[in-house]
Design a binder for this molecule. Sequence first.
Ligand SMILES: Cc1cc2nc3c(=O)[nH]c(=O)nc-3n(C[C@H](O)[C@H](O)[C@H](O)COP(=O)(O)O)c2cc1C
Length: 356
Amino acid sequence: MYKKLLKPILFRFDPETVHDFFTWTGELLGRSALTRFVVAKVYGYTGKNISKTVDGVTYKTPILLSAGFDYNGRLAQILPHISFGGEEVGSVTARPCEGNPKPRLTRLPQSKSIIVNKGLRNEGVDKVIERLKQRIPRFNNQVTITNDQKKVDFVVGISIARTNDEKSAASVQAGTDDYVYSFKRLNEENVGDYYTINISCPNAFGGETFAKPELLGQLLPALMKIPCTKPVYVKMPINIPWDHFAQLLKIIDENKLHGVVIGNLNKDYSWLDVREEAPKEYVGGLSGKPCTHPSTDLIRKTKEVYGDRFTIIGVGGIMSPETAREKFEAGADLIQLITGMIYEGPGLVRKIAKSC
Ligand SMILES: Cc1cc2nc3c(=O)[nH]c(=O)nc-3n(C[C@H](O)[C@H](O)[C@H](O)COP(=O)(O)O)c2cc1C
């Protein structure tokens, strides 16, 4: 129904408007037990137990919504009912970000991709903490909760990025302080089941500073000084040569983080099936199909070199149960997606769950 009826209508509208509409609808549907029940009847996974425990956190399904869709933490009530085992909220930043000038999202339907130039639009870490505390009882220390509410039924990871402004890009110290603020606040408030340090946002002020090995080597020790009882991962770029990627992995290993999310958007437009689809003047990273192979290759290489040392969360161009299986076979413990759901519909998540 999604592909035949809804998608042709939705694809006539501006992608960001559709995204906002979906967030609004999802938030509304998540509010009542009746609508959650109806959504679960259509999109919920009910097959054999495919739950997975990774770094001490149990996921009902190993499929997560990737960072960038629910950037303000509004959808945790509805996502479990469309077969997601978790989501990565954010990326959140120390200060609110308006985002880059529009257009921030452009569909490339022939290449099954989206040009993303969002610029980390989000309400800021403090606002998101407040919202998640209100909505998820186990994150709210001020209320007494039942044993049932303590159970993690749906995992909420939080992605942290550097604020997209001049102030945070002014120096390495300013950038480090920015990440430290968000990480510290989340840990102080005990909000989030895991954290991802996003060092690879391709469309923010000052670029991907902390994807330079020497600077990542300064950032991670500063973060690891902060008391944290949750797993911590790093979101990796996928356009750098293997040597560079391997240097980053070494630093992540030395700083004793739990793993890596592989990976972020593809900046290389030659991966598009139809190159002419992307207007020449556009900036931004590519999601969807152009990410499939580069990210799977890096997952495979990371697994070959590090074995079980790192948890690997595989993300990029999962458009079908087959591409999901490729990520698991390459070494991913969990997978994340966004663009597959936009092109194939929310039913894709259940299809993948059934194939696990
Ligand atoms: C609209 C949109 C916004 C995104 N924003 C973020 C973000 O804030 N932080 C982040 O780590 N990744 C962000 N990403 C990248 C995704 O998390 C993911 O790595 C990438 O889209 C590849 O997965 P996909 O092909 O399943 O979409 C964004 C992607 C999209 C499509």
